[in-house]
Design a protein around this ligand. Structure first.
Ligand SMILES: *Cc1c(COP(=O)(O)O)cnc(C)c1O
Length: 341
């Protein structure tokens, strides 16, 4: 498969915006090239459009060469970009599992690209053949989220690999929750798959949702194309600086605690009459089935606890999605749920 042939014609021939900082990349000097305010307040200069320093740090944390790293304004940015790069509106289509993260469908709609949803099987299992069968010669993108939101389960690596190998387009594998999973994701195997884009984020395990930083890992050809299409200054100065500081602090202990809390919350829920079904979780949230989701949701709200009602989503009837909080927050949640019939 030649990835070049999957690009939209306008993208193939795109001459990207050239910034002042692209032309001169030294460190010291008098910068009179970008019409900035010359007085230093910490953010008077434009950010590095190539995020060179930040990419070096991410490269060492993720053990991936910088050439394989794209940095976006949250995962939202690479999700939108793949449509803009690979799909001609009203011609090409994208295939996705369902239920899954809602942003893929929204990005498809915004880009006027047909979005094909293939229902997961019993207990949210993945059928690779069914997914592949939904694709045709105009299918450019395939979305798989593992561990999946909102079902919380991971899919077997063999099934995901089969889809990547057999699909004649780009597979976007969203690993937003991979840090909470039992098994390793696909990052260390990226080099085997020229058509694979792995999404990760600093919004969950790394605790930086407010800074907006999403990562896409892919073949350097894809990274280069996405970098040409993105807004030049998509990651602001403050985010680049603080993310570098935060990435220097290990998160292992916190991750361990969150996973322990997840297991503890699930153990407690197993014994509760109100919980009719508890789905396995490889993430920092649990999906539970109850008889009256809206009622429970409202009872929790009255107690000041906000969860996500997923009961109107096809395949998730009767479910609530509950994020794992601090031990004290989880205590409160469990106390209230435990008192219900
Ligand atoms: C939370 C989440 C993300 C992260 O989105 P950001 O824009 O990076 O905050 C990505 N994918 C899935 C499936 C998620 O649940």
């Amino acid at each position: 498969m030649d990835i070049r042939n999957l690009l939209r014609e306008n993208i193939k021939n795109l001459a990207p915006y050239s910034t002042a900082r692209d032309e001169y990349q030294g460190d010291l000097g008098i910068y009179l090239d970008a019409n900035e305010n010359p007085y230093n307040n910490g953010f008077n200069r434009y950010p590095d459009p190539r995020q060179k320093e930040l990419k070096k740090v991410i490269s060492s944390v993720k053990k991936m060469p910088v050439e394989n790293i794209f940095i976006g304004n949250g995962s939202d940015e690479p999700i939108d970009l793949v449509f803009r790069v690979f799909c001609d509106p009203r011609i090409h289509n994208a295939v996705s599992i369902a239920p899954t993260y809602g942003m893929y469908k929204v990005a498809a709609a915004i880009n006027d690209v047909e979005f094909r949803e293939v229902p997961l099987g019993e207990d949210f299992s993945l059928d690779a053949d069914k997914l592949l069968a939904a694709a045709d010669e105009n299918s450019r993108l395939m979305f798989i989220c593992s561990p999946n939101n909102p079902s919380a389960n991971s899919f077997p690596a063999e099934s995901v690999e089969k889809v990547i190998r057999k699909f004649n387009g780009i597979v976007v594998l969203d690993e937003a929750y991979i840090d909470f999973a039992e098994k390793e994701g696909f990052l260390s195997r990226l080099g085997e798959f020229p058509n694979l884009i792995i999404l990760q984020t600093l919004s969950k395990a790394w605790g930086m949702a407010g800074l907006r930083l999403g990562l896409a890992f892919a073949d350097p050809f894809i990274v280069d194309i996405m970098s040409r299409v993105k807004y030049p200054y998509n990651i602001n100065v403050v985010t680049q600086k603080i993310v570098m500081e935060q990435l220097a602090k290990p998160i292992d202990k916190q991750l361990q605690e969150l996973k322990q809390q997840r297991d503890r919350v699930m153990e407690a829920m197993k014994k509760m009459p109100v919980i009719k079904k508890l789905f396995p979780s490889d993430a920092n949230f649990v999906l539970v089935k109850v008889d009256e989701p809206r009622k429970i949701y409202n009872l929790l709200i009255e107690a000041g606890i906000i969860v996500r009602d997923r009961s109107r989503i096809k395949g998730c009837e009767g479910t609530l999605r509950i994020t794992i909080g601090t031990p004290e927050e989880n205590d409160r949640l469990l106390k209230i749920l435990g008192e219900l019939e």
